[in-house]
Design a protein around this ligand. Structure first.
Ligand code: ZN
Length: 163
């Protein structure tokens, strides 16, 4: 596979979803969600925000998806901290001369309400990407009862050439 990567800007998009089940922690954007009755069923830590973020980073440069780099069949990835996945995706982006400029992320979850955690999630995502918090937009939606056992995330971001 060849990459030209000459555009000054590149858009990345990623999405992720996990089924929710009792007795598991719910972690979104690296932030443990207090009062979550259910958490993500997953091989890793099930952080749907960070999985979508890592895929958005990779997709911006047509580098595939996180399943190729962190297969869920690999026992070494069990319980993996998803910040490691984001760090690897960011490293691949930087190696190709790009850096993220801003990020917009959407979390669809019926319960609990995430509004009080907006700043914490934005701060942590900003930290992981080396961005100011002002460059991370965080939106919360519910499924209106259509998918109460489910967390869904979508992330779009802009990459800019740095070299
Ligand atoms: Zn995931």
């Amino acid at each position: 596979m060849t990459h030209s990567h000459t555009l000054p800007y590149r858009i990345g998009f990623g999405e992720d979803a996990h089924r929710l089940s009792g007795g598991r922690p719910l972690i979104l954007g690296g932030v443990p969600i207090p009062n979550a009755e259910k958490g993500a069923v997953a091989h890793s830590d099930g952080d749907a925000v960070l999985h979508a973020l890592a895929d958005a980073l990779l997709s911006g440069l047509a580098l595939g998806d996180i399943g190729q780099y962190f297969p869920d069949t690999d026992a070494a990835h069990k319980g993996l901290d998803s910040a490691v996945i984001v760090a690897r995706a960011l490293e691949l982006v930087r190696e190709r001369g790009y850096v993220p400029a801003n990020v917009a992320l959407v979390v669809t979850l019926d319960r609990p309400k995430l509004g009080p955690l907006r700043a914490a999630i934005a701060q942590n995502v900003a930290l992981l990407l080396g961005l100011p918090e002002s460059e991370v937009g965080v939106s919360f939606k519910t499924s209106e009862g259509l998918a109460p056992e489910h967390v869904q995330t979508r992330v779009t971001l802009l990459l800019v050439r740095s070299a």
